[in-house]
Design a protein around this ligand. Sequence first.
Ligand code: HEM
Length: 435
Amino acid sequence: MDQYNTPIICIRPGQSTHVIIVSSPSIACEFLKTQDEVFASRLKTFSAYLTSGYRSTSMAPLESQWKMMRRILNQNILSFSVHKWLQSTRDDEANHLLSYISNQIQKQNSLSEGGLINIRIASQQFCGNVIRKMIFGTRFFGQGMEDGGPGDEENEHVLALFTILKYLNAFCIADYFPWLRGKIDFDGHEKIIRAAIEGVRKYHDPLIDERILTWNDGTRTQEKDELMIATVDNLSNAVEWVMGEMMSEPSILKRAVEEFDNVVGCNRLVEESDIPQLNYIKACIKESFRLHPIAPFNVPHVSVKNTIVAGYFIPKGSHVLLSRVGLGRNPDVWKDPMRFDPDRHLGEEGKQVVLTDNELKMLSFSTGKPGCRGVLLGSTITTMLLARMIQGFTWELPYNEPTIKLVENHEALLLAKPLVTIAKPRLPRYLYPKI
Ligand code: HEM
């Protein structure tokens, strides 16, 4: 798009499919806000079929299944009352994160010397633990590790989730030549996604079956059985990048620490109720969503009728991809777009920073009819993860790697190398929960 200097482009991978890519906020808003009735539907991709048979909300075209799933999510799973009800579960996991990191430090050295922490593992497992605990009531599918870390089962589960998320909306030849489906797996896509689905189901299915049994014989009366929704990727990626950016620009880390000292102090742990006051921390996370989205494009949308957008004719059945990178790094919208600068999200004094952007100048949770259902939960988990890490520990680069390479990996937009840094406890000892 940069090459053609255009904010909207159309490519035609199959004979009859138009794929429209957009990197301008005003055009993106026309697609997802002004004309969301036309563009809210989803593609019937082969991966979505293999993963859920088009039954889950984010993979169902806008038909009765999507409406039903959306109602269940809004009323029973992601409502404000359920969010409040599950706060103690999230609190447990926020405490568990602190003990996991302190145990890692203790295992390697002494608390005063600090220890190496792999931020990617800590973040992904924290998000995985929260969601597993909320959905299945268990942090570990197996025994876990003695230090509170993930066991083989959890590592396998998170890896399988990431693989599904990576391939779910990736380019797949069979989506453009549907007669290939189930016949020839040219790009190996089908094999990989089938194996990953198997890797997730082997842990989910026994627990779901058990629940169905207890529901059927009447021993379970509360509505707390839901779907496992993949929520590990956006959150953990954002936090790993923020930590990386902070390590290479210590003045940002210093300001974040000062915010904790002012808002929370050093005699208690940061809690969810502090989040409204943690504006600089939220600005850092938002900046990470802008500059380092987990994927180059939003989930694809498909048009249900012919229409005109920004003066262009868009035929029915077109696939619309909002470029997360194109929006977030658009030089017409953001000054010095490649610079990590949380200040750009701080509004007037007293105004709260939120992680959403309904004007689509960047794409975090998207907007309109099919926008993310988990804004409150996603914002809470991400903020608490970063907040507990920064309030609880000082972070330094290892002595043998004094600089950090903020480079993306080739296939996705994750940091090319997992971030490993030295953590030292910074709060009084009695505040660190024990496992
Ligand atoms: C920081 C965390 C998160 C980010 C950045 C994020 C982002 C997104 C994005 C970009 C979409 C696609 C919207 C579109 O098609 O235009 C989406 C959809 C969705 N997200 Fe999230 N999400 C996050 C966390 C969560 C969580 C925690 C949940 C629930 C547990 C969740 C549930 C959903 C659902 C159900 C959809 C499909 C909505 C629909 O089609 O009606 N998300 N999310």
